[in-house]
Structures are given as C-alpha cells and as structure tokens.
Design a protein around this ligand. Structure first.
Ligand code: DGL
Length: 282
C-alpha cells in the first residue's frame, strides 16, 4: 500500500490523455502531472536536449515524493527511458512504447498494414517498429513523422480545417500508398485529434497508446504493492508555462470526471536549479 501520488510527465498537455483512463480504472490513485509547456515540442529537438529536460523533470517529480514515474510521452520513452531508469534506480519508471507495441502486436497479423505516426524523434528512433517486430517479426510496419501536429494541438487548433489539412498533408499518401489499416497514435497529443483522423479515414483501426499504458501502470502498482488505499485527494498539475490552452485543455479533458485539481507553475530556471539530484550524478 502506498498513498503517495503517481508522477506523470510530458512535453506539454499530450500526456493528459493518459490520465482519465487511470482515474476511471483506479479512482483511489492521485497524480502529480508535469507538462513542459514552455519548451514544447520535444519531438524535433536533439536527443541530448530531450534527455536533459527529462532529467530535470524526473528530479522534480522525485522531490515531490511520487511513488512511480509514468513517462506519458512517446518521444521521451523512445529516446531516454533507460537513461532515466539508470538515474533513478530506486523508483519504478514506466514508458509508453512497450505496452502500446505489445497491444499492437497482439491485435495484428501478417495481413495487416500497420502505420505508426509520431514526432521526428520517436519515428527516427525506430522504437515502435523494433518493439513490435520483437513480438512478431512477420508484421508489416510503416512509419511517418508528423511534426506540425503537436504545435497546433498545443495551440488548441483542433476542430479546425487547418488541423484537417495538416493531417491530410501527412497521412493521405502514407495511408494510401502503404495500404494502412491499423494506425498507432505514437504521440500522446494525437488522441486529442483522434476524432479528426477517424472522420478523415473512417475505415482505419486506431491504437491509442495512452489507453494501453493503463495496464502497465496497474501491473507495476501490483508488483510493487503500491496501490493507494485512501480515497483520492487533490491532483496537482504543474506546467513550466501555465498557458490558457493548458488550463483549458485540462478542464476539457476532465469535464465529466470532475476531479479535485490544483494548477501550479514551475519555471524552467527553477527546474534547472534542481539538476544533479540523480543517482549517477549526471
Ligand atoms: N506528447 C509527446 C509524445 O508523445 C511529445 C510531443 C512533442 O513534444 O513533440 O511524443
């Protein structure tokens, strides 16, 4: 039993798409979420930059006494999950790629044509492709990076023709040329445009990694005997820039769940000031 919160982080508001699944399935758990809204997007940045931002945030979450860290970001999970685990060996750290790759491999056979979409960093890492092929090497996988989608989503430009045009710019040819029938939303921001994608390509089967992550959180809590026992208290949402769209998006996502929410800002200077707390001293 462990009543401390679960720490979640993402480059911005994308990781929020994982949270309602957790709240619904494990209502006693509470969370501390960090969205690095001042420095988003991560997906087109150098790996060394993504790693250093992630170290700062994981140190911050550990200082906030979280019992577990969930990397609600495909980009971070694909480029530095192992680095984060080495830096903080005493705390369970979960990535999003493995559970989603596992679910995709279970769902598909050699006749399916799997498409992975994500940020440049995620796609260039081949993390999804390698993991899925590790489960079943017969599977047919194509990938494409869609770097313009995250900034539009962070701006709240979603139910808008600019978003539809951007999606079509990346996906029309990709889906047709590769005959894609199953699409993995390899960025936690993309569930927020799932409706647009489904409307534009109605026959497509969509895999949502934000949902698949729930099972591995559940398993890790069980394995480490960390389920919360008391009723949930407040959930805290930190952002490095508490923008209107971040706050609005949280309100929109949690509209029906109506959890107790506290918003706080932590500047990137304050985050940087925390550096050096990791076990390997990096
Ligand atoms: N939501 C993140 C992901 O899952 C990061 C997007 C970005 O910052 O580029 O990859």
């Amino acid at each position: 039993m462990d009543n401390r919160p679960i720490g979640f982080f993402d480059s911005g508001l994308g990781g929020l798409t994982c949270v309602p699944y957790l709240m619904e399935a494990l209502p006693r758990e509470r969370i501390v979420y960090f969205g690095d809204t001042a420095r988003t997007p991560y997906g087109s940045k150098a790996i060394s930059t993504i790693r250093s931002f992630s170290f700062e945030i994981s140190d911050f979450l550990v200082e906030n006494d979280v019992k577990m860290i969930v990397i609600a970001c495909n980009t971070v999970s694909s480029v530095c999950l192992e680095d984060l685990r080495k830096r903080r060996p005493s705390i369970p750290i979960l990535g999003i790629i493995s559970p989603a790759a596992h679910a995709t491999a279970k769902l598909c056979g050699p006749k399916n044509r799997i498409g992975i979409i994500g940020t440049k960093a995620t796609i260039h890492s081949n993390a999804y492709r390698d993991k899925i092929l590790g489960y079943n090497k017969e599977l047919d996988i194509s990938q494409v990076a869609c770097p313009a989608l995250v900034p539009l989503i962070e701006e709240g430009i979603i139910e808008h023709e600019i978003m539809d045009l951007s999606i079509r710019h990346y996906l029309d040819q990709f889906i047709e040329y590769n005959g894609i029938d199953t699409l993995v939303l390899g960025c936690t921001h993309y569930p927020l445009i799932r409706r647009n994608i489904q409307r534009l390509y109605p026959g497509l089967r969509i895999v949502d990694p934000s949902r698949e992550l729930l099972r591995s959180i559940h398993d890790a809590l069980e394995r480490h005997d960390m389920f919360a026992e008391t009723a949930r208290a407040e959930n805290t949402f930190y952002a490095s820039d508490l923008s209107e769209s971040f706050v609005n998006m949280i309100r929109r996502i949690f509209e029906s769940a109506n959890p107790d929410i506290v918003f706080k800002t932590v500047s990137t200077d304050a985050l940087r000031g925390r550096r050096g707390g990791g076990s390997d001293g990096n």
